[in-house]
Design a protein. Structure first.
Length: 512
């Protein structure tokens, strides 16, 4: 590898010796590859079209055959062929003191960025090309690209060196184009419905709005601990208290938790709050929004995700947590009549792993759902009416005070959205936060803390409100048929690579 680098450095220096920069300051582009291909693919084989173009891109392939060469370059939109003829380029070179055809052959490597000027040509074999009259080196690549036949097959290397992945893997580039389009569509959809995007603090004195373990940092000047936000909920609700009726924020959330194909410690979500609405209203909003995004990004409401057909067009199933557990396991939680011991005994028949944290029927119900039901919910399914003990910020259900007005949306066996009729009673909210704080004091690092300022805001008065959170990364996974969350996050968090130096030190210590 160092020999290749040295050889390329020599080529860069040869450019300097000829009076040219190997790293250009600027280049004025006239067209994109996509535009040219869409506009001029109609040309007949062998036909020239006298349109002056200036194009820049990375060299992906080169074939030199005596006095003619064919290069392939790529820009953000796609690839196009360059037709390079010695006589044409050298005629321009003599008159304008430019780089020659021989310079092109000797100096340009696969991976280099070059700029070219020329006209449109369709080759005799039907390949739309740029008939190059002159060229410039824009950036000399010192390292080779992965082998074009095998690509970048090491999945972890794709995540660590995303720039290489994007260069050699067009599917990855399309994923991130789709991601950008999806985020833009969500904002536009909400803005058109008169929602106002509010920026809430990422550094917070209290980490609230979810049951999650936060990342902790320290502010030197104020000499106080701070937390990276685990949700935007409590600050957006403060805005509702202040009189904004429809607010949202789309941004990054941080949770100091495990990593899996469904979880990254840093992820993107959109949280939406609408005054004078409840969780049924948010259910309807969720269905409308996600349908709109899927149709816009996939051109269909029926998609294939990891060999599973998912139909977004038909009405989405709505079912309570108790009923969906009974449907998939045959266990009727109402039959236990509040007897936790009886429930645990009966659940031995379906092999439920019960942790010491499970001390109520509500928590047990949720555990059964997560272990036995969640992964089977492939078609869009709203699971409603959650136990109150796992939903400290949600309004009690009007028909059953042990449950709350909450739903989660499941698609392809994973949670995609979470919503409540928000709890606006400050007395009830304080009691629930105190209970959560006692759990936290007992060692539960994911339990909610008491946020006195938020409680004071509730005492000022908050109107009836529906709240919703949607996981953007998981939505992108669905739309792009990606099996892992790391495929849709440009730079996912990874363990540091073990360098050879560390490895040698470790070995020597073991020997000692």
């Amino acid at each position: 590898m160092s020999e290749i680098r040295e050889a390329r450095l020599l080529k860069a220096n040869s450019l300097v010796n000829k009076g040219f920069e190997p790293y250009a300051e600027t280049f004025k582009i006239s067209h994109s590859t996509k535009y040219l291909i869409e506009k001029y693919s109609y040309l007949d084989n062998g036909q020239d079209f006298n349109l002056n173009v200036a194009l820049a891109g990375r060299v992906l392939a080169k074939r030199v055959m005596g006095k003619i060469a064919f290069f392939t370059i790529t820009d953000q939109e796609g690839k196009i062929q360059l037709y390079l003829e010695k006589k044409i380029i050298d005629d321009f070179e003599i008159n304008e003191n430019l780089l020659s055809f021989d310079d092109l052959k000797e100096i340009v490597d696969i991976g280099d960025w070059i700029g070219v000027y020329g006209t449109i040509k369709k080759t005799n074999k039907g390949e739309l090309s740029i008939k190059v009259s002159k060229w410039e080196m824009l950036s000399k690549s010192l390292q080779p690209l992965p082998d074009k036949w095998h690509g970048l097959t090491d999945i972890e290397k794709r995540y660590r060196q995303r720039y290489l992945d994007l260069i050699v893997n067009p599917l990855s580039k399309n994923v991130f184009k789709t991601r950008a389009k999806c985020i833009s569509l969500i904002r536009r959809w909400l803005d058109e419905k008169n929602f106002l995007e509010i920026e809430t603090p990422i550094l917070q004195s209290e980490a609230g709005g979810a049951e999650a373990r936060p990342f902790i940092t320290h502010h030197n000047t104020l000499d106080i601990p701070l937390y990276l936000r685990i949700a935007t909920e409590l600050h957006l609700k403060r805005m509702v208290v202040g009189g904004f009726e429809k607010v949202y924020e789309l941004g990054r959330i941080f949770r100091n938790e495990g990593i899996s194909t469904k979880h990254n410690p840093e992820f993107t979500s959109v949280e939406i709050y609408q005054a004078f609405s409840n969780y049924i209203d948010m259910m309807n909003l969720t269905e409308d929004l996600i349908r709109n995004i899927v149709l816009s990004c996939c051109d269909s409401l029926v998609i294939n995700y990891q060999e599973k057909v998912i139909d977004f067009s038909k009405p989405w199933k709505r079912i309570s947590m108790k009923n969906v557990v009974m449907e998939y396991t045959g266990i009727d939680f109402d039959s236990f009549n509040g007897d936790l011991n009886k429930a645990m005994k009966d659940l031995q028949e379906i092999n439920i792993e019960i942790s010491p944290k499970i001390n109520t029927l509500g928590r047990l119900l949720n555990e059964v759902f997560e272990q036995k039901v969640e992964s089977q919910l492939v078609e869009p399914t709203f699971v409603l009416d959650y136990p109150i003990e796992i939903s400290p910020l949600a309004r009690p259900h009007s028909e059953n005070k042990e449950m709350v007005q909450r739903f989660e949306l499941f698609i392809a066996g994973r949670e995609l959205a979470n919503a409540f009729s928000e709890l606006i009673d400050p007395v009830d909210q304080r009691q629930r936060m105190q209970l959560q704080q006692s759990l936290r004091d007992a060692g539960d690092l994911e339990a909610h803390c008491i946020d006195e300022d938020f409680l004071q805001a509730l005492e000022i008065g908050m109107p009836p409100t529906g709240g919703l959170g949607i996981g953007i990364d998981r939505l992108i996974m669905l739309i792009t048929n990606s099996p892992s969350i790391r495929d849709v996050i440009p730079f996912p968090l990874l363990k540091p690579e073990i360098t050879s130096t560390k490895s040698e030190k470790s070995t020597s210590n073991e020997v000692k």
